[in-house]
Design a protein around this ligand. Structure first.
Ligand code: 8YV
Length: 314
């Protein structure tokens, strides 16, 4: 008898077909009444396929599914899953690290270049025919500038390597110094913000980093500084960011992530010193394909009694 998989979001069509061959897949996002569907199938569901942009895997959901054994997250960040509730039940959780590191780091660099060289504004300038009336205002160079990276994990290190290749000085802050890394450790985020021209967020989301970038940090970054966020919206106090941008306490921001996605404060739409992306850090055909492959491989490994490929520590 095939196992029942509750899918809270989709993989690519060919990957969903593969899942359909191995599991009875409940595609919750297609259901008219998701709560009623969950209630009707609660005793059958043994695994969940989750995504950051899908329904959260809350304690309530975990507790409502008595036979749940495994949660396979499509993504590296797992702050949409109640890991404590999962651990209490001995439920295995997997994610998709490493395979998305390069693309997410590239997205940070795309934002870095876009805000400093005003790429989106410049594109609009040409399209609107304004070039005929004169030259575009000057941007800011990256070379010789200082970048502060919050969270020197896999993605942070990939960002650091790229920034070093742009001849930038690289600082980092995080819970501990990493002596094997060739970059300068700052003990405090405030000190790092103070020294940086660009502050790039690549840390984990969740309670330990909740709103650590607040007005004080943005003020330290200063009126010539730019904020880049490819981590989680929760890392930044969004109200403080809006105020700092509005008051020009910082020069600008490049954002891929927000509080309460995809609902973005409309105030941002009117600001020409921000570049706004719709959470596309890992969104390439190649990376999304291998992320989906890893999700499927973890699910199959679990139900074949084989070691999981990429298990999240309990
Ligand atoms: C999302 C991400 O998983 O990996 C992460 O943590 O935020 C992204 O890759 C992806 O957008 C699907 O929700």
């Amino acid at each position: 008898m095939s196992k029942t998989l509750l899918a809270l979001g989709s993989l690519l069509p060919s990957e969903m077909e593969e899942l359909d061959r191995h599991f009875d897949v409940i595609k919750l996002w297609k259901e008219e009444d998701p709560e009623a569907t969950l209630q009707a199938h609660k005793n059958e569901i043994q695994a969940i396929l989750s995504r950051y942009d899908g329904k959260g895997v809350t304690r309530r959901m975990i507790e409502a599914l008595p036979n749940l054994e495994m949660i396979a997250q499509f993504g590296v960040g797992v702050n949409n899953i109640d890991l404590t509730a999962a651990a209490e039940r001995g439920i295995s959780v997997t994610n998709t690290p490493d395979v998305l590191t390069a693309d997410t780091a590239d997205t940070a660099l795309a934002l870095l270049l876009a805000v400093s060289r005003r790429v989106c504004e410049a594109d609009m300038f040409v399209r609107c025919g304004k070039w005929l009336n004169g030259a575009f205002p000057l941007g800011n160079t990256l070379q010789g500038k200082t970048v502060g990276i919050l969270g020197l994990g896999r993605i942070g290190q990939a960002v650091a390597r790229r920034c070093a290749a742009f001849d930038m000085d690289v600082l980092y802050n995080g819970p501990r110094e990493k002596p094997d890394q060739p970059y300068t450790y700052c003990k405090s985020l405030r000190e790092m913000a103070d020294l940086s021209d660009y502050l790039i967020l690549t840390c984990v989301g969740g309670p330990e980093t909740e709103k650590v970038v607040d007005y004080d940090i943005l003020e330290a970054l200063g009126s010539k500084g730019f904020l880049i966020n490819v981590a989680r919206g929760s890392v930044v106090n969004q109200e403080d960011l809006l105020e700092a941008l509005y008051n020009k306490n910082i020069a600008g921001a490049g954002l891929d992530v927000y509080d309460n996605e995809p609902h973005i404060p409309e105030a941002l739409f009117a600001m020409d010193n921000v570049v706004l992306l719709p959470h596309i850090g890992s969104a390439t055909i190649e990376t999304r394909t291998v992320m989906g492959r890893l999700v499927i491989d973890n699910l199959l490994a679990y139900f074949n009694g084989e070691p999981l490929k990429t298990q999240v520590a309990a």
